[in-house]
Ligand binder design. Structure first.
Ligand SMILES: C[C@H](O)[C@H](O)[C@H]1CNC2=NC(N)=NC(=O)C2=N1
Length: 172
C-alpha cells in the first residue's frame, strides 16, 4: 500500500478510512457543546452569553486621542492603567495560582471571541496575570471604543486574587 508523506494511506484505502471515521466524527459533532469546545475546555461553558457590542475593527479609522483615552479610562475603568503613550489599556492581577490566572484568561477568551476583539495576555512569575488591550487594525495601533467595551466586560469577570500581604503588626 503506497502511503503519503504523513503515513496516511492514499487512494482507495483513504476512502475506506474515511468511511470508518464517519460515525465517530458524526457522534463528536452531536456532542459538541453549544458554547463550542473552547468554552468546555476552558470550563467557561456556563459563562454568561455575551451580546457583542464591538464594531469591526477594520472600519474604525483612527485611534482615540491619548488625552481622551485617559479621561475615559478614569471615568469608565478607573482600576485599569493607560500606557504612557495612550495607545493601550492594561490590567494586572496577582492570582492565587497559575491555574487561577489561566481560568481568568479563559473567561476573557470567551468574551473576546464573542466581541471579535482580542487582548494580549501575559502570565509571568507563575501568578502575575496581565491583560492589555489596543486596536491592532488601526494604523498606528491605538485605543478605540472597542477596547473600552472589552475592558468593561473583563472587569466584570470573576478572578481568584491572592490576598494582599497583611502589614506586619508592630509589636505592642
Ligand atoms: C478579522 C478580525 O475580526 C480582526 O482582525 C479583529 C480580530 N481581533 C482584534 N483584536 C484587537 N485587539 N484589535 C483588532 O484590530 C482586531 N481585529
Amino acid at each position: 500500500m503506497s502511503t503519503a508523506a504523513f503515513g496516511l494511506p492514499v487512494g482507495r484505502p483513504m476512502l475506506a478510512t474515511a468511511r470508518l471515521l464517519r460515525p465517530a466524527l458524526a457522534s463528536a459533532a452531536r456532542r459538541r457543546p453549544a458554547g463550542g469546545w473552547a468554552a468546555t475546555m476552558s470550563g467557561a461553558a456556563d459563562a454568561p452569553s455575551v451580546t457583542p457590542s464591538c464594531v469591526p475593527c477594520e472600519g474604525i479609522g483612527s485611534a482615540m486621542d491619548p488625552k481622551d483615552v485617559r479621561a475615559a479610562a478614569a471615568a469608565r475603568i478607573p482600576t485599569w492603567t493607560v500606557a504612557p503613550d495612550g495607545r493601550s489599556l492594561s490590567r494586572t492581577h496577582t492570582t492565587t495560582s497559575f491555574t487561577a490566572g489561566m481560568d481568568w484568561f479563559n473567561a476573557i477568551a470567551v468574551v473576546a471571541e464573542a466581541e471579535g476583539h482580542h487582548p494580549d495576555l501575559s502570565l509571568r512569575d507563575w501568578n502575575t496575570a496581565e491583560v492589555r488591550l489596543s486596536t491592532h487594525a488601526l494604523n498606528p495601533p491605538g485605543v478605540s471604543e472597542n477596547d473600552f467595551i472589552v475592558a468593561e466586560r473583563i472587569e466584570a469577570l470573576p478572578v481568584q486574587l491572592k490576598a494582599p500581604r497583611q502589614a506586619k503588626q508592630s509589636a505592642q
